[in-house]
Design a binder for this molecule. Structure first.
Ligand code: DX5
Ligand code: ZN
Length: 217
């Protein structure tokens, strides 16, 4: 599977977001990871539809929308219309995960399903055939800048084997605590879509993107 970097703009400087999008784009990052938090499913509140609509005008990269909100089916259509290319929902946040995945696909976006660190793979095993991407959270969602929880990479390894066995070619994304010291372990475990927030936006953004992308070659 193709390896792609997905900078999480949660750690960007929102006052100069347009310029920072240009920098990650020029440095070669293929995705933009867009974290939506509702203050209920996770403690924080981040940003939502108006911000997505605005930044969609400034980047052609894959817009990777990570919905950390309860009952996300309420907003799937709106996020698709606002420019999401991929919409990822949490298994823990959906009353009817199968129906929500179908709704994402009907909206025209690609469908992703996410699980928190303590959620077992069995929570999503029956929907693997239906999704384009699985997001294995490598931290508890809610904040940037946390440390990767090592056992989550065991789940990445297990998922990678399971997908091979089933002959399914879908992306495995990791999110949380990925930096130049942890990216190799995540890639070795089988992840191919790499989210990085603080490791991209703290310091020299262009150099950070290039350093992470170098590890992905
Ligand atoms: C965490 C978010 C992440 C976050 C990652 O709840 O889903 O996308 O921005 O930040 P870092 O890479 O700093 O751990
Ligand atoms: Zn995220």
């Amino acid at each position: 599977m193709e390896k792609c970097l997905a900078p999480s703009i949660l750690s960007a400087d929102f006052g100069i977001l347009k310029q920072q999008l240009e920098v990650i784009d020029e440095a070669g990052a293929q995705y933009v990871h867009f974290d939506v938090m509702d203050g209920v499913f996770v403690p924080s509140i981040s940003f939502g539809l108006p911000v997505l609509k605005t930044i969609r005008k400034y980047t052609d990269r894959m817009m990777d929308v990570h919905l950390m909100i309860v009952d996300p089916e309420r907003y799937v259509k709106d996020f698709a219309e606002a420019g999401a290319d991929i919409i990822t929902v949490h298994a823990e946040a959906c009353k009817h995960l199968d129906a929500t995945i179908e709704l994402i696909k009907a909206s025209g976006a690609m469908a992703g399903v996410a699980i928190n660190p303590a959620t077992p793979l069995s929570a999503i095993s029956h929907v693997l055939e239906k999704v384009d991407m699985v997001l294995i959270m490598t931290v508890n969602p809610g904040f940037g800048g946390q440390s990767l929880i090592p056992y989550t990479l065991d789940k990445v390894r297990e998922l990678s084997q399971l997908l091979n066995q089933k002959g399914l070619k879908i992306d495995i994304e990791v999110d949380g605590g990925i930096n130049k010291d942890t990216i190799d372990d995540a890639l070795d475990a089988g992840a191919n879509i790499i989210v990085a927030g603080s490791a991209v936006f703290n310091g020299d953004i262009s150099a950070n993107v290039e350093a992470l992308m170098e590890k992905m070659r």
